[in-house]
Design a binder for this molecule. Structure first.
Ligand code: TRP
Ligand code: ZN
Length: 877
């Protein structure tokens, strides 16, 4: 907690550490209430330090210091001083051994950083700065050390004792206690340290690496979850093989462990050799987990595994370089997921997330560059910009270089910097070196925030057989810069005609990467015999907002003929967005709503395709969310967006009722399967069910009810439940209530399923949402200390239930502020994240603005506010 206002930390102020810690020996003695941490550090002056001062300043938070000695000699009180977050030791030698003993209280630690208890399991979370809550240390990623860790605990309470690396030795102690010593041969920063102690069951498998080494793979879970481990284990082995084949990266220890815990602030953490996962990102079973859940497990398991190279072997110099590991690793995990399933589906999901969450962030008060120049609290920078936009920037490098050169650049990067803590500039330098390209303008993607606008016009000259594209780029101001330098934008272009894509090179390539570097730039295509429709930004080659004056017919044409799957989908999105935007105008001026008949015609064609890919059909037939429509509005009119989207869904449902029914029946599968095709068919079937419900046809409710009662998997069961819960008909109310009750009765022993139960109800758009959510927060299954539960109710309500959250009396805003303030006392990281919807106040009408601002001010004024929440609240007011 904070006394004074927290200050900013600046990238420009970086300096090398004054001291290094070559070896770190920890003895963590877990007792009933206290845990005693004995740390023995081999400290040495850093030859590269830029001052000669002889005081050692260690980070430490909430530690109760018991003893301190240098080279075995206890320090006297004059030799050091301790504040709430630092330990300063005067006049230390050039090289010495520092021993400290501190007491910490993991059971009272509700922040889920440092050493804490998740239900019965002791575990750690040290990224970014949690290690300082365990012992006094140089808690910064450029201090890399060789760790040896002894864990001591009660044998009955904690039969399993784990830490990073290899198990060296175990032993028993009097009073039913025991210990285990682990050694990690690889140098690592403290944020990759991990320790686990508790009663866990293990699933074991193994993997033989490309050089023939056998690696033991272990997944530690509660015994009731043993049957939910197959998918994570398979995903891990797939990821290990994929990283060898695609990046030439082999695993380096003999053991790879994953531990699943319920209380966790994020998805998972890549601690060296000992990943710790949120149960939601590792457990999966057809009975309890949706298809999206399965895909998330695969992606997160791979993500954490890929960090072993992009993050651990080569790590970050400082936290301004966070995207060096996160952007690159997200790029790697999305390549992997694309290879494991459908590349277009994966790309559409990525881009949808980027356009909704990241673009909104980039246009708001917390906008920041992929490499920020300053921060108050680094935990606030685990954002869609650092992760998803960072991944897009790496993808652009991949697009500019092509796969072979990109691989050479990545090889050079890993080889040159193995064992080092480096910068984003080091990564780009490797890419520049192998390609001979100049990336200086490209670096603007890392240093400037904001989403560039790319406006394109075209002209065709029949005589000259020339097709011209004129590009103009601009970027709105963001907090860190008012005047933007132009970006280096790779735009992948195709020219589509009735006869297909035109060849754009003598070799017959039908896509060309055009590099836009100027504010205004014209590109000419020669030997073009008829006017084509340009397919721009294929596969979303750059994270920009593209503007091209497509006619309705041109979009319909691209939907049918573009060879780029992503752009076929995007053409459909543009078309429905344009129609809905004009309906939103009509709604606001009181015009009666009428749906342009061309939309159902387009939909009918898509539904009619024989040999269609059902995944693609489901994507194309899914209308943009209210969230995306809001993000695209100048002034967000929640009610208009909600009514218009409902109207369009209803019209599409009614007009095409026979086609939806057919699509539904065609995609009922006799038996559950976990293949991509089976998932695709479930998604089309459940989308059809939703349109049938929207259409209001009588038997749709019984169809949904029947599906709910008989489903053999969670995807179908939950789709039916959510359909019932959101159906506006009176007849749906009792059906929905009964279904919710039954669902609870059936699944009350499964915390992850209950999260979904909470989510469905929190996102229910019927009136009275706030009252329902408040009541659910009193439910015995709700737990304010568990981030998954908080996200399922508070998070989903405030982010995905706009009509209820934005009710006109401001009660939704007050509810959020109340919760943020209560959470801030327990878990600042979660509190500050939950605040996000209020930070968007500028986007709404004046009355909503002042109600939202009022609540933000109330949060900011609260005494003892955490640095996390203070930063977000103060920056957004
Ligand atoms: N590095 C982790 C990842 O991206 C995420 C992470 C960062 C994290 N900080 C955390 C996880 C705090 C849990 C808690 O894979
Ligand atoms: Zn990561």
């Amino acid at each position: 907690m904070r006394d004074a206002q927290p200050g900013n930390i600046y990238l420009k102020d970086y300096s090398a550490p004054r001291y290094l810690i070559d070896k770190t020996a920890l003895r963590v003695d877990i007792r009933q209430d206290d845990t005693v941490v004995l740390a023995t550090l081999d400290v040495r002056r850093n030859p590269d330090a830029n001052d000669r001062e002889t005081s050692l300043v260690l980070d430490g938070q909430g530690l109760s210091l018991q003893s301190l000695s240098i080279d075995g000699k206890p320090l006297t009180p004059e030799q050091f001083s301790a504040t709430a977050d630092e330990l300063l030791i005067h006049n230390v030698p050039e090289q010495f051994t520092l021993t400290s003993e501190v007491i910490i209280r993991p059971k009272e630690n509700s922040s889920l950083e440092g050493l804490f208890k998740s239900r019965t399991i002791y575990c750690t979370q040290c990224e970014a700065e949690g290690f300082r809550g365990i012992t006094y240390y140089l808690d910064r990623p450029d201090v890399m050390s060789e760790f040896t860790t002894t864990v001591v605990a009660d044998q009955a309470e904690c039969p399993v004792l784990l830490s990073n690396g290899n198990l060296l030795e175990t032993g028993e102690l009097p009073d039913g206690r025991h210990w285990a010593t682990w050694h990690d041969p690889f140098l690592k920063p403290a944020y990759l340290f991990a320790l686990v102690a508790g009663e866990l069951s293990v699933v074991e498998d193994n993997f033989t690496t490309c050089s023939g080494r056998k690696v033991v793979l272990q997944l530690y879970v509660e015994s009731k979850d043993l049957e939910k481990c197959d998918h994570a284990m398979t995903s891990l082995k797939n990821a290990m093989r994929w990283d060898e084949e695609v990046y030439g990266r082999e695993y380096d220890l003999d053991l790879y462990m994953i531990v699943a815990v319920d209380d966790f602030n994020m998805g998972a953490m890549e601690n060296k050799g000992l990943n710790i996962f949120n149960t939601s990102c590792v457990l999966a079973h057809q009975a309890t987990t949706t298809d999206d859940g399965f895909n998330r497990v695969e992606a997160v398991v791979a993500h954490e595994y890929f960090h072993n190279w992009s993050g651990n072997r080569v790590t970050c110099r400082d936290w301004f370089q966070l995207s060096l590991k996160e952007g690159f690793t997200v790029f790697r995990d999305s390549q992997f997921s694309a290879d494991m399933g459908s590349p277009v589906v994966k790309r559409v999901e990525n881009v949808t997330m980027l356009r909704t969450v990241q673009f909104a962030e980039d246009g708001g008060p917390t906008a920041h560059p992929v490499q920020p120049a300053s921060y108050m609290e680094i935990s606030n920078f685990y954002t869609a910009t650092i992760y998803e936009k960072g991944a897009e920037v790496v993808r652009m490098i991949h697009t500019l270089l092509g796969p072979e050169l990109f691989r050479r650049g990545s090889d050079l990067y890993f080889e040159r910097h193995d064992g080092q803590a480096v910068t984003i500039e080091d990564f780009v330098a490797a890419m520049a070196e192998v390609s001979g390209r100049d990336f200086s303008q490209f670096m603007n993607w890392y240093r400037q925030a904001g989403t560039p606008r790319l406006t394109v016009t075209s002209g065709y000259d029949e005589q000259q057989r020339q097709f011209k594209l004129h590009f103009s780029q601009s970027c709105p101001p963001t907090p860190e810069s008012q005047n933007k330098q132009p970006f280096h934008i790779p735009v992948t272009v195709g020219l589509v005609t009735d006869a297909g894509d035109l060849p754009l090179s003598p070799a017959g390539e039908t896509s060309r990467v055009v590099e836009i570097t100027e504010t205004e730039q014209t590109v000419v295509f020669e030997h073009i015999d008829c006017r084509p429709v340009p397919s721009l930004l294929r596969n979303f080659s750059a994270p920009v907002k593209l503007n091209y004056p497509y006619s309705f017919d041109e979009l319909g044409f691209l939907m049918a003929h573009d060879s780029d799957g992503f752009n076929r989908w995007d053409a459909g999105q543009r078309l429905s967005i344009a129609l809905m935007q004009s309906l939103i105008k009509d709604f606001r001026t009181g015009e009666p709503l009428q749906l342009d008949s061309r939309l159902p015609e387009v939909f009918a064609k898509v539904l009619d395709e024989i040999e269609a890919d059902q995944a693609m059909q489901a994507l194309v037939l899914t209308l943009p969310t209210e969230f995306l429509l809001a993000e695209l509005s100048d002034v967000i009119d929640i009610e208009a967006i909600h009514q218009v989207r409902r109207f369009v869904c209803g019209e599409l449902g009614k007009t095409l009722v026979t086609a939806w029914r057919k699509a539904y029946l065609d995609n009922v599968q006799p038996q559950y399967a976990l293949s991509g095709v089976a998932m695709a068919r479930r998604s089309l079937k459940n989308l059809s069910l939703r349109y049938l419900l929207n259409s209001g046809v009588e038997d749709s409710l019984s169809l949904a009810h029947e599906q709910f009662m008989t489903a053999d998997n969670m995807t179908d069961r939950l789709a039916a439940l959510s359909g019932l819960v959101n159906d506006p008909r009176d007849a749906a109310v009792t059906l929905a209530e009964k279904a919710l009750d039954k669902f609870y009765q059936d699944w009350q022993q499964e915390p992850l399923v209950l999260n979904q139960w909470f989510q469905v109800q929190a996102s229910c758009m019927r009136p009275g949402g706030l009252e329902r959510v408040k009541k659910l927060m009193q439910h015995t299954a709700f737990d304010f200390h568990n981030p998954n539960k908080v996200r399922a109710l508070v998070g989903v309500f405030c982010n995905s239930n706009p009509v209820n959250f934005h009710r006109q009396d401001g009660a939704g805003y007050q509810f959020l502020a109340d919760n943020v303030l209560a959470l801030d006392k327990l878990n600042p990281q979660i509190a500050s994240r939950q605040l996000t919807p209020l930070t968007k106040w500028r986007r709404y009408d004046l009355s909503a603005q002042s109600l939202m601002q009022e609540q933000l001010s109330r949060v900011l004024a609260a005494p003892g506010l955490s640095r996390d929440t203070y930063e977000i609240a103060s920056k957004s007011l």
